[in-house]
Ligand binder design. Structure first.
Ligand SMILES: Cc1ncc(COP(=O)(O)O)c(C=O)c1O
Length: 382
C-alpha cells in the first residue's frame, strides 16, 4: 500500500471545505470537473431508465446496446473499425487505467508516462510493481512531448507508453506528426499504448488525432475515454476502454471481480449522451476556451506569473518561478491567505515544480474575483 499514490485535488478540496466551515470565503479552482449540469436529455434518459426497471445487474463488459453505440462512436470519431467485443464499459475513465495496469504490468516492467501528468498513472505503475519512467513535458515545447527524448527512454523492459491529449494539467495537445513519431519509435516492439483521450472533445483548435489511427497501432492501443468531462457527468461514474478483444476479455474479468458491472441506468443515459443532441458539448468547450483566455490574460498581468494559453481541457498551468516561491507553499498560501484553491504543479509529478494548476471550471465572475485576490496577495507578499 505504501507504493500507492493519491490525487491531491481531493485533499485540497477537503482542506478548502474545512476553511469554509470556519467562515472563510474560498474560490474553488482545484477540482477537475465541469461546473455545468449534465445535459437535460441525458438526465431524462436516466430517469426514464430507472422507471422502466434498469435497476439490475447487467453484463460485466457493459450493456450490448451501449457497447455497440460506443463502437460506432469510436469508429466514427477515430476513423477506425471497432467492434463491440473490443469495448469494455467501466465506472469512469480511471478504472481503465487501474485495470489495464493490473492486467499488464509485471514486476520490473517499465512504463513511460507524461510528467507533469495525471497523478494516477504514476501511482498505479508503482502499485502494480512496475518502474515509472517519466517523460518530462516542457513549457518551451508548449507541453507537447519531445518524441526524440521519449524514444531514448524505450528499453527491452518497456511494456506500456501512456499518452494524454489534450493533457491534464498543462492543456498541451499532441499533434498528428508527434503521434505518428511515437508509433515510429515503438516500431515493431511488443509495447502497448494507453491513450487517455478523455478530453478529446474539449480541444480548442484542429481535430484530435488518436494513435489508434496510425496503421498497425490499433491492436496495440488501449483507448481510454468516457462521459465525465465531455457531458459533465463526473458523478455518474461511467467511462470505457477500447482494446483488442482478447485484452477486453481480461479487463472484463477484472470488472467481474471488482464492480460486477457499471450501473445499468447510467449506461442507458450513456447511450443517449452519445446518440442524442451534441450541442451542449460544443457550448461547454467554447465556454472553457473563453474562460481560459480570460484567466491566462489576467494571470499574465500578475507579478511573478507567466502563462501560456492551453490548447484544450479546462486547466491553466502558469509558471510561477519568478514569484520566488516553490509551488506547494505558494498553493498553500493562496488557499489560506488569499482564499483561492489551486493545485501545486508537483501534485502532477516532479516536473510540475515551478507551476500551479487552476481549473477554469468556475464562473467568469469567480475567475475574475480569484485574479483580484491573487493580484492583491502578490502585491502584499512579493
Ligand atoms: C487525464 C485524465 N484521465 C482520466 C480521468 C478520470 O476520469 P473519470 O472521472 O471518468 O474517472 C481524469 C479525471 O480528472 C483525467 O484528468
Amino acid at each position: 500500500m505504501s507504493r500507492l499514490g493519491t490525487e491531491t485535488a481531493f485533499e485540497v478540496l477537503n482542506k478548502a471545505r474545512a476553511l469554509e466551515g470556519q467562515g472563510k470565503s474560498i474560490i474553488h479552482l482545484e477540482i477537475g470537473e465541469p461546473d455545468f449540469s449534465t445535459p437535460e436529455n441525458v438526465v431524462e434518459a436516466a430517469v426514464d431508465a430507472l422507471r422502466k426497471g434498469w435497476t439490475h445487474y447487467g453484463p460485466s463488459a457493459g450493456l450490448p446496446e451501449l457497447r455497440r453505440t460506443i463502437a460506432d462512436y469510436v469508429s466514427r470519431t477515430r476513423g477506425v473499425e471497432v467492434s463491440p467485443e473490443e469495448v469494455v464499459v467501466v465506472p469512469g475513465g480511471k478504472p481503465i487505467m487501474f485495470f489495464s495496469m493490473l492486467a499488464l504490468i509485471e514486476q520490473g516492467d517499465e512504463v513511460i508516462y507524461p510528467n507533469p501528468g495525471f497523478p494516477i498513472y504514476e501511482s498505479m505503475i508503482n502499485y502494480a510493481g512496475g518502474k515509472a519512467v517519466p517523460i518530462p513535458l516542457r513549457e518551451e515545447r508548449d507541453f507537447a512531448m519531445d518524441v526524440d527524448e521519449m524514444a531514448l527512454l524505450i528499453t527491452d523492459r518497456t511494456k506500456l507508453i501512456i499518452l494524454n491529449s489534450p493533457q491534464n494539467p498543462t492543456g498541451g495537445v499532441l499533434q498528428r506528426e508527434e503521434i505518428e513519431q511515437v508509433a515510429k519509435a515503438i516500431g515493431d516492439r511488443n509495447i502497448l499504448v494507453l491513450s487517455d483521450e478523455i478530453y478529446s472533445r474539449l480541444q480548442f483548435e484542429g481535430q484530435p488525432f488518436s494513435i489508434m489511427q496510425v496503421p498497425g497501432m490499433q491492436d496495440r492501443t488501449i483507448l481510454l475515454d468516457g462521459f465525465s468531462k465531455t457531458y459533465a457527468m463526473t458523478g455518474w461514474r461511467i467511462g470505457y476502454g477500447v482494446m483488442r478483444a482478447d485484452l477486453a476479455a481480461q479487463i472484463t474479468r477484472l470488472m467481474t471481480n471488482s464492480n460486477s458491472c457499471t450501473a445499468s441506468f447510467t449506461q442507458m443515459a450513456g447511450i443517449e449522451a452519445l446518440r442524442g443532441d451534441q450541442s451542449a458539448v460544443g457550448r461547454m468547450c467554447g465556454e472553457f476556451q473563453r474562460r481560459s483566455e480570460a484567466f491566462v490574460t489576467g494571470l499574465n498581468g500578475i507579478r511573478g506569473f507567466s502563462c501560456r494559453m492551453p490548447k484544450g481541457a479546462f486547466y491553466v498551468f502558469p509558471n510561477i518561478v519568478k514569484t520566488g516561491w516553490k509551488s506547494k507553499p505558494l498553493a498553500d498560501a493562496l488557499l489560506e491567505e488569499a482564499g483561492v484553491a489551486a493545485l501545486s504543479g508537483t501534485a502532477f509529478g516532479q516536473f510540475g515544480e515551478g507551476y500551479l494548476r487552476f481549473s477554469v471550471a468556475n464562473s467568469m465572475e469567480n475567475l475574475h474575483k480569484a485574479l483580484e485576490r491573487i493580484d492583491h496577495w502578490t502585491k502584499q507578499n512579493l
